[in-house]
Design a binder for this molecule. Structure first.
Ligand SMILES: NC(=O)c1ccc[n+]([C@@H]2O[C@H](COP(=O)([O-])OP(=O)(O)OC[C@H]3O[C@@H](n4cnc5c(N)ncnc54)[C@H](O)[C@@H]3O)[C@@H](O)[C@H]2O)c1
Length: 237
């Protein structure tokens, strides 16, 4: 089968007239592709949807948009009082050149750890206030990584509308084979319950000593694609 290729999203959309479209472009490139599709097409927009609120609100008004880019891997802790949520991620700097420049990539919290922020909003609710600090402490000048200007450590303290507290912290300072085993994941401390997501074996621990595994990432991705295809077939967005 011959598959046509294009170097311009608008030309591809005009030629192929898709019913649905994954938009998986770097953060700075969102907007033109989403605006080029017909009003009826269904969109699955990769995170981070945009770098700023103005374009975000604009895309949110598109009739074809699927607004949520993932489902929670658990319904827990719905209905229980949450005391605190913790989300941490520690990595190196990925290879895509746009990733390390804040103006086009957004930095690690916006580009990568946004997954955890979305998960916390789904599971714990909206955030009422935030106190955040960022700095560049470890990566310094890296001549082999031109354009590098993002913070390498970011830490935020949250107060959710429910009153629960949250901590979101991430770093992209791992270089030269350095590792920090056990440092990543999203954990929620609720009344009688502690779901832990991320890492190799997500699980929920219950008061009384019981613990049960939660679905892994594969199922989560599969459900996202199922929901997208369902939205295209039925118009249920
Ligand atoms: N949900 C997840 O788990 C997950 C995983 C990986 C990546 N992502 C997200 O997907 C996005 C893309 O990441 P990637 O690693 O594939 O990036 P990438 O740099 O490999 O680029 C992806 C594609 O975008 C195209 N592109 C670049 N600039 C463009 C422009 N101006 N207009 C149209 N197309 C353009 C590139 O040609 C490439 O085909 C990022 O926002 C990233 O956060 C999400």
């Amino acid at each position: 089968m011959e598959v046509p290729s294009f170097d311009d999203a608008a030309a591809m959309i005009a030629s192929t007239k898709p019913d649905g479209m994954y938009v998986s472009v770097p953060p700075f490139a969102h907007g033109p592709a989403e605006h080029s599709v017909d009003a009826g097409a269904t969109l699955c927009v990769e995170k981070p949807v945009v770098l700023g609120m103005r374009v975000g609100r604009d895309l949110g008004r598109l009739p074809g948009a699927v607004h949520r880019f993932g489902r929670p891997r658990t319904e827990l802790p719905r209905g229980r009082r949450v005391g605190m949520a913790l989300a941490t991620r520690v990595e190196g700097i990925p290879g895509a050149p746009w990733w390390r420049t804040e103006r086009i990539g957004g930095g690690m919290l916006v580009e990568m750890h946004t997954h955890a922020v979305a998960m916390l909003r789904l599971l714990v609710g909206e955030v009422k206030s935030v106190c955040a600090m960022t700095d560049t402490r470890l990566i310094g000048e890296r001549p082999e990584l031109p354009g590098l200007d993002i913070p390498d450590v970011e830490a935020s303290t949250l107060r959710f509308a429910s009153g629960a507290l949250g901590v979101v912290a991430n770093a992209c300072a791992l270089v030269g084979g350095l590792r920090l085993p056990g440092a990543g994941g999203t954990h929620i401390l609720a009344q009688g319950l502690g779901p832990s997501l991320g890492g190799g074996s997500p699980s929920a621990s219950f008061e009384g000593g019981k613990s049960e595994p939660l679905p892994g990432r594969g199922l989560h991705d599969h459900r996202l694609n199922e929901a997208f295809v369902h939205a295209i077939r039925t118009g249920d967005r």
